[in-house]
Design a protein around this ligand. Structure first.
Ligand SMILES: Nc1ncnc2c1ncn2[C@@H]1O[C@H](COP(=O)(O)OP(=O)(O)OP(=O)(O)O)[C@@H](O)[C@H]1O
Length: 251
């Protein structure tokens, strides 16, 4: 569904994304992980058309969309959520979601009808008429998800939708994300909550200092020395191996 081909993004002298390539298969939940500042959000912005790639190509369903503006990518079926959630505070929950639904349903009643369906999918069905400003952090995250989903995307880019949630809220959100995929939406997610990434994603790409350093299944990624080093620093993989060996000796 999506092919990112050797994308580079420079901000002046800073290379935020450095010749990164990745693929997202239709129907999958694919993960994009990496330490802080690795370039994940920047790569999302380039995929969604909010930032222009300095080099490289983006293919969506086989079409080269590298030069397309963000609104045409949304029309084609790409939606993203934002790490910093900023709902229209003065509007109700259903009106906020309808903003996304207007993309495919210009009539108000239809857009609101679609917004209600999406609200119940993400667990906001009981809060339709509340002002968005009254939602908790967890409610705002669900609203952000709903606004993107209301555009009826084929590919949904989730930027840390679990950040700031407590463990029980995370447990509640995981099946919601899975259900969205089961309804036919392909998902690419940036996430720091590893337990969620490991349980949801069939394929994971790891970005570190702008480069893709590993790709594979959750268990391949968890055991990859380059990934361990990227998160824990140089020599960490060896140190872990040694202490695991010592553990066995003691046992
Ligand atoms: N608009 C911008 N102008 C200049 N530098 C930027 C801009 N956006 C991002 N950067 C820089 O690009 C690098 C990558 O940032 P990015 O936010 O993409 O990383 P990230 O992997 O999403 O990090 P985090 O996990 O902390 O959200 C950082 O060094 C950041 O400071």
């Amino acid at each position: 569904m999506l092919a990112v081909e050797t994308i580079t993004k420079r901000f002046g002298g800073l290379i935020a994304v450095n010749a990164a390539s990745l693929k997202v298969n239709a129907g999958s939940i694919t993960g994009l992980i990496g330490p802080n500042g690795a370039g994940k959000t920047t790569l999302f912005a380039v995929i969604a058309g909010f930032e222009k790639a300095s080099e490289g190509r983006i293919l969506f369903a086989g079409q080269d969309i590298t030069a397309e503006p963000a609104h045409l990518r949304a029309q084609a079926g790409i939606a993203r959520t934002f790490q910093i959630v900023q709902p229209f505070a003065g509007l109700s929950v259903v009106e906020n979601i309808a903003v996304g639904a207007y993309l495919r349903h210009p009539a108000r009643a239809e857009a609101q009808g679609r917004a209600r369906e999406v609200a119940s999918l993400v667990g906001l069905g009981a809060m339709l008429d509340q002002p968005a400003s009254s939602l908790t952090v967890s409610g705002r995250k669900r609203l952000e998800l709903a606004r993107a989903l209301a555009t009826e995307p084929k590919l949904l880019l989730l930027d840390e939708v679990l950040a700031g949630l407590n463990p029980s809220e995370i447990r509640d959100m995981i099946p919601v994300i899975r259900q969205i995929r089961d309804q036919g939406v392909t998902i690419l997610m940036v996430e720091h909550v590893m337990q969620a990434v490991m349980s949801l994603c069939e394929d994971i790409h790891v970005l570190a200092q702008g480069r893709i350093i590993a790709q594979g299944t959750p268990s391949e990624i968890a055991g990859d020395p380059a990934v361990i080093e990227a998160y824990l620093g140089q020599g960490a993989a060896k140190r872990l191996q040694r202490s695991a060996g010592m553990g066995e000796n003691h046992a």
